[in-house]
Design a protein around this ligand. Structure first.
Ligand SMILES: *[C@@H]1O[C@H](CO)[C@@H](O)[C@H](O)[C@H]1NC(C)=O
Ligand SMILES: *[C@@H]1O[C@H](CO)[C@@H](O)[C@H](O)[C@H]1NC(C)=O
Ligand SMILES: *[C@@H]1O[C@H](CO)[C@@H](O)[C@H](O)[C@H]1NC(C)=O
Ligand SMILES: *[C@@H]1O[C@H](CO)[C@@H](O)[C@H](O)[C@H]1NC(C)=O
Length: 365
């Protein structure tokens, strides 16, 4: 009987409101779906979802895929740590990048406290969301992603972890040798990358110092004070024939020049075999690569005041006072040993990982 009933006049629909169940008529499945309560709500929900998908990424400056992915990462799922094994660099980079730019470090488990200190200092500049951590062992990968899903990735095969922590050891050399390969992978995917060693702390946002449109930016590792107006070219070699650029803080654009330098760095590392006598790390190879590619790559030496070495910052209080307000990243080098680094940060008021863990995306470690 209902099949033969005429559709009520539009007025009646209006009077009873769109939610009236009387609107369910055989006259057209679409209109009856639209006018039914659940149909209307579904359409409304669909519209809202569409609006959300269009505008949220604009607000966050992130692709929809990354957003959807972060929703799915939000699921409470402590049991399935194994899925992080298959988390690729491409997915991790798409998830963390902002404005096609990533802030990157590489760490193994003993360095988690230093990582936390570095992260808090970055959170204070409101840039923690774009951090991607290369975990150099599975414990680190799982621990970071459990606390802060999606921000750590591991490039297989994982290095032998137990031997990798002493500066100058073969394990340390093996570990640092992985860095340029991580960076090249991100450049190939089209991201700009700021790489930091984990024993650094931000005291201001370093991005404000990346003037111009150069391929690669880096800082000098020397401790001698330079004039404020020092040149921004690659410095000439010192007495030993080497430049002393730090491989600890590098900003790279995904240009031909940027990739050329990193490929050259990888080649130089492969040439330098580790030996007990040489105890080399990745920095001399980085300097060789800079010299070799200087004619083809647009290089920029950053101001010493913004990126001082530990040999300068922690040993020349007068210089620190004179240049107050100009510092961006302080490097806790020119000191060996993990506990010594932490103690020195504490002595200089740069240790945030005890009393300010509420500011860390990882919490208390
Ligand atoms: C985004 O990246 C471009 C190119 O690196 C840069 O010029 C611009 O300032 C960045 N914008 C923001 C908001 O960081
Ligand atoms: C370092 O790498 C070399 C060559 O791949 C390997 O033979 C050696 O066992 C590694 N050593 C450590 C301590 O990781
Ligand atoms: C820096 O300033 C000094 C003194 O004003 C000047 O002699 C020197 O040429 C400048 N150096 C550079 C690299 O501009
Ligand atoms: C943390 O706070 C305690 C208590 O105020 C203080 O004694 C300690 O020095 C602080 N630690 C650091 C590293 O600032």
């Amino acid at each position: 009987m209902t099949l033969n009933r005429r559709q009520p006049p539009l007025l009646e629909v209006a009077k009873h409101g769109l939610l009236s169940s009387r609107a369910s008529q055989p006259q057209g499945i679409v209109s009856s779906f639209l006018f039914s309560r659940s149909g209307f709500l579904s359409v409304l929900a669909l519209l809202l979802l569409l609006l959300l998908l269009v505008f949220l990424p604009l607000l966050c400056r992130r692709p929809v895929s990354a957003l959807l992915y972060s929703f799915s990462l939000g699921e409470v799922d402590d049991g399935s740590v194994s899925r992080w094994k298959d988390y690729t660099v491409a997915r991790a980079a798409a998830f963390a990048a902002r404005n096609d730019t990533l802030i990157v470090t590489a760490v193994s488990e003993p360095f988690l406290p230093l990582l936390n200190n570095w992260l808090i200092s970055i959170a204070r500049q409101k840039r923690q969301d774009q951090v991607l951590i290369f975990a150099e062992d599975y414990a680190t990968l799982y621990e970071i992603n459990r606390r802060w899903p999606g921000h750590a990735v591991l490039v297989q095969p994982a290095p032998e972890s137990n031997a990798a922590h002493d500066y100058g050891s073969q394990g340390f050399f093996n570990l640092t040798s992985r860095r340029p390969r991580h960076l090249l992978q991100l450049l190939k995917l089209g991201y700009s990358v700021m790489y930091n060693d984990v024993d650094m702390v931000w005291v201001a946002d370093p991005f404000r110092y990346l003037d111009g449109d150069h391929d690669v930016y880096f800082a000098d590792d020397m401790f001698a004070v330079k004039p404020l107006n020092h040149s921004h070219n690659l410095p000439p070699p010192e007495n030993d024939g080497q430049t002393n650029i730090c491989s600890c803080m590098i900003f790279l654009r995904p240009t031909r020049g940027g990739k050329k330098l990193i490929r050259s760095w990888i080649e130089e590392i492969q040439k330098q075999h580790w030996s007990k006598a040489a105890k080399t790390n990745d920095q001399p190879a980085f300097n060789c690569a800079l010299r070799k590619t200087a004619k083809e790559v647009d290089l920029d030496l950053l101001p010493q005041t913004a990126f001082p070495s530990g040999g300068l910052y922690f040993r020349d209080a007068n210089w620190v006072k004179r240049t107050q307000g100009l510092h961006a990243i302080v490097h806790n080098n020119y000191i060996v040993g993990f506990q010594n680094k932490i103690q020195r940060f504490k002595d200089y008021g740069l240790w945030l990982a005890d009393n300010h863990t509420d500011e860390s995306p990882l919490g208390q470690i």
